[in-house]
Design a protein around this ligand. Structure first.
Ligand code: ATP
Length: 237
């Protein structure tokens, strides 16, 4: 579904991503873990077209998207749920969701009620709060809204940037359960997380990023059992 070859990107003269190669298969949850500043957000932003790759190639569903404008990538079916949620605070929950369905265009308008209903099924709290201004939601509810809004465009791949940031453990559990349900429904998820333990617990495979390089990759099971990963990212119990 997504294939990245020898990707390099950064900010001005600062080179952040160094020779990154990775892939995501349909129906997988793949996680990218790594410490603060490892380049995880930069990687997602480069896939999303918000940062230009300086070299390498990104292809999505067998089509090269490396140089596509950021506005065109969601229409190809690749959407990002940014870190810090970024919902439209002065719009209601439902208005935010309808905006998410906007990229379906005129032909997709008929599908909006069913899509809304589907998101409300995944996130029942959003149905209760459909008329509430998004800016007044709790952090966890805003994260759910950001995810639901992305799903409104019926993407083939959902990229999530640190959905657990700043949330209480019980809410994190709920969010991760929804991600598992998304996979059960046939979705594909690329999950960037600092919370390596929670991410590897639900992922199929993972990549460990350190100072802009992939230093390890493998099945989630193997990474959880890896001594270096345990020492650096999982903490000792
Ligand atoms: P975090 O978990 O803290 O978000 P991260 O793994 O997502 O970390 P990035 O945000 O991708 O890491 O940052 C990678 C490097 O790029 C860091 O050294 C950071 O300081 C730098 N960086 C990030 N954004 C910018 C920017 N807009 N301009 C210049 N440098 C940046």
């Amino acid at each position: 579904m997504l294939r990245i070859r020898n990707l390099e990107a950064g900010y001005g003269r600062l080179r952040v991503l160094k020779n990154i190669s990775m892939h995501v298969n349909p129906g997988e949850i793949v996680t990218i873990i790594g410490a603060n500043g490892a380049g995880k957000t930069t990687l997602l932003s480069t896939i999303a077209g918000l940062i230009r790759a300086t070299s390498g190639e990104i292809s999505f569903q067998n089509q090269e998207i490396t140089r596509l404008a950021a506005s065109r990538i969601p229409r190809q079916g690749c959407v990002m749920v940014p870190e810090g949620r970024q919902v439209f605070a002065s719009m209601t929950v439902e208005e935010n969701l309808l905006l998410g369905g906007h990229s379906l265009g005129r032909a997709g308008r008929k599908e909006l009620p069913a899509l809304l209903d589907h998101q409300y099924g995944l996130f029942p709290i959003l149905r209760d709060r459909r008329s509430q201004l998004a800016g007044t939601l709790s952090g966890g509810e805003q994260q759910m809204l950001a995810m639901a809004r992305a799903l409104m465009s019926r993407p083939s791949l959902v990229m999530m940037d640190e959905p657990s940031t700043g949330l209480a453990p019980l809410i994190v559990r709920d969010i991760f359960q929804v991600i598992v349900r998304l996979r059960q429904e046939g979705n594909t998820v690329l999950l960037v997380e600092q919370n390596a333990k929670a991410a590897l617990a639900i992922a199929d495979r993972g990549y460990v990023l350190e100072t802009g390089k992939v230093i390890l990759q493998g099945s989630a099971e193997d990474l959880l059992a890896n001594k270096d990963v345990q020492r650096a990212y999982l903490g000792r119990e």
